[in-house]
Design a protein around this ligand. Structure first.
Ligand SMILES: NC(=O)c1ccc[n+]([C@@H]2O[C@H](COP(=O)([O-])OP(=O)(O)OC[C@H]3O[C@@H](n4cnc5c(N)ncnc54)[C@H](OP(=O)(O)O)[C@@H]3O)[C@@H](O)[C@H]2O)c1
Length: 340
C-alpha cells in the first residue's frame, strides 16, 4: 500500500519538478491529484508516463489524502494549508509561511531528518528557502567536525527562484535587447535583469538587509545550530536555473582544505568537483536537473585563524524546493507513516 499524494501548485515551476521527482524516485504513490488555481482547471500535467488533469484547489477535499506537497505563494498557503492539515493530510510546504513557527519542523533530510517527528503539532512540515537548503547541506558535515562560528555568504540566485513569470521576463527582456521596438520594461523585478545583477531579493527590512538575507540567517539557526552567526548578501543574476553561493566559514577549530574536501566527499547529498585548473569547478548550468549540491573552490582563508572559502551550486528547483520536499515525504514515510 502506497500513499495518496496531492501536488498543490502543480502548474508552477516547483510543482512540475515535484511531479518529475516523485516519478523519478518511484515514490510509492497509490493515487495522485494535481491542483492549482481555477485558472488552470483541466490543464495537463505529466507524471511519469501519465498525463493528469489539474483540479481546482479551492473545491478539493483533502479528507483521506496522506500527503500534500504545497508549492503556491504564502497568501494562498495561508488559506489552504490549514484546511488540508485539518482534514488529516500532512502538508509539506515550500512557502515561507510556516518556516519560523516553533510548532512546525523546518527540515533538510541530510541535516535534521529527526525533526520530521515533530510534524504532528500542526500536521505541517516546512521546506526551507532555496538558498538556505543548499548551504546547510554543505555546512552541516563541516560543523560536526570543527564547529562553525560564523558564515559570510554571497548568493548568485537564478530567476526561476521567483517563479515562472520571472523566467519569462528574463527571456523576453534578453530578446528585446536585440529587436528595436520590442524592449521589455522591468515588471517582476525592480530593475532590468537581462545582462545585469540585482542586489535585492524579497522586501527590505528596517536594518537595511532584505528578507531573503534574513531567511538565510534564521533558517540556518533553526536547521543546523542556533549558535552559528550568518551574514548574507543575496543577489539575483540573469541565469534561468541554478543558484550559486560564495561561502566563507570561520570555525572554532582548525580544519584544513584537504580534510574539508574529504569530509564533503563523504557527506550525503554532496558532490565535490574541485580541480585547481581551467573548468575544474561547477557552474549553475551544469547542475540543472541534478539532485546533488556541488562544492568547488575549497581553499583556506588565510586572513583568519580557522577559515575556509568554498563555492556551492545546486538546482534551486530541485534541492532548493521540489527534491527537498520529496525527500521530506520519504523521511516522513520511513520514520512515521510507514506505508509503501
Ligand atoms: N522557485 C524556487 O526556487 C523556490 C524555492 C523554494 C520555495 N519556493 C516557493 O514555492 C512556491 C511556488 O513557487 P514557484 O516558483 O513554483 O511559483 P510559480 O512557478 O509562479 O507557480 C505558482 C503555482 O501556484 C499556483 N497558485 C498561485 N496562486 C494560487 C491560488 N490562489 N490557488 C491555487 N493555486 C495557486 C499556480 O497555479 P496557476 O498556474 O493556476 O496560477 C502555480 O501552480 C512559492 O511559495 C515559492 O516561494 C520556490
Amino acid at each position: 500500500m502506497g500513499y495518496k499524494v496531492a501536488v498543490v501548485g502543480a502548474t508552477g515551476n516547483v510543482g512540475r519538478e515535484m511531479l518529475n521527482i516523485l516519478a523519478e524516485r518511484q515514490f510509492p504513490v497509490d493515487e495522485i491529484a494535481v491542483l492549482a488555481s481555477r485558472r488552470s482547471l483541466g490543464t495537463e500535467c505529466s507524471f511519469g508516463d501519465k498525463t493528469l488533469k489539474t483540479q481546482d484547489l479551492d473545491t478539493f477535499d483533502f479528507t483521506g489524502w496522506d500527503i500534500a506537497l504545497f508549492a503556491i505563494g504564502s497568501d494562498a498557503t495561508k488559506t489552504y494549508a490549514p484546511k488540508a492539515a485539518k482534514a488529516g493530510c500532512v502538508v509539506i510546504d515550500n512557502s515561507s509561511l510556516y518556516r519560523y513557527d516553533p510548532e512546525v519542523p523546518l527540515v533538510v533530510p541530510e541535516v535534521n531528518p529527526e525533526a520530521v517527528d515533530g510534524y504532528a503539532k500542526k500536521n505541517i512540515i516546512a521546506n526551507p528557502n532555496c538558498s538556505t537548503a543548499q548551504m546547510v547541506v554543505a555546512l552541516k558535515p563541516l560543523h560536526d567536525r570543527a564547529r562553525i562560528k560564523r558564515v559570510v555568504v554571497s548568493t548568485y540566485q537564478s530567476v526561476s527562484g521567483s517563479g515562472k513569470e520571472a523566467m519569462d521576463e528574463l527571456w523576453s527582456q534578453t530578446k528585446g535587447m536585440y529587436v528595436p521596438g520590442q524592449e521589455v520594461e522591468p515588471s517582476v523585478y525592480p530593475k532590468q535583469i537581462a545582462f545585469n545583477v540585482i542586489p535585492h531579493i524579497d522586501v527590505f527590512l528596517d536594518d537595511g538587509s532584505t528578507k531573503e538575507e534574513w531567511k538565510m540567517v534564521a533558517e540556518t539557526k533553526k536547521i543546523v545550530d542556533s549558535a552559528i552567526k550568518v551574514t548574507a548578501t543575496c543577489v539575483r543574476v540573469p541565469v534561468f536555473v541554478g543558484h550559486a553561493e560564495a561561502i566563507n566559514i570561520e570555525f572554532e577549530e582548525f580544519l584544513d582544505d584537504d580534510e574539508a574536501r574529504d569530509i564533503l566527499r563523504e557527506a550525503p547529498g554532496i558532490l565535490v568537483v574541485d580541480k585547481r585548473e581551467d573548468g575544474g569547478y561547477v557552474t549553475p548550468v551544469e547542475c540543472v536537473g541534478d539532485y546533488a549540491t556541488f562544492i568547488s573552490r575549497i581553499r583556506q582563508d588565510s586572513t583568519i585563524d580557522n577559515g575556509l572559502n568554498l563555492w556551492c551550486v545546486s538546482d534551486n528547483l530541485r534541492k532548493g524546493a521540489a527534491l527537498n520536499a520529496v525527500q521530506i515525504a520519504e523521511t516522513l514515510g520511513k520514520r512515521v507513516l510507514k506505508k509503501g
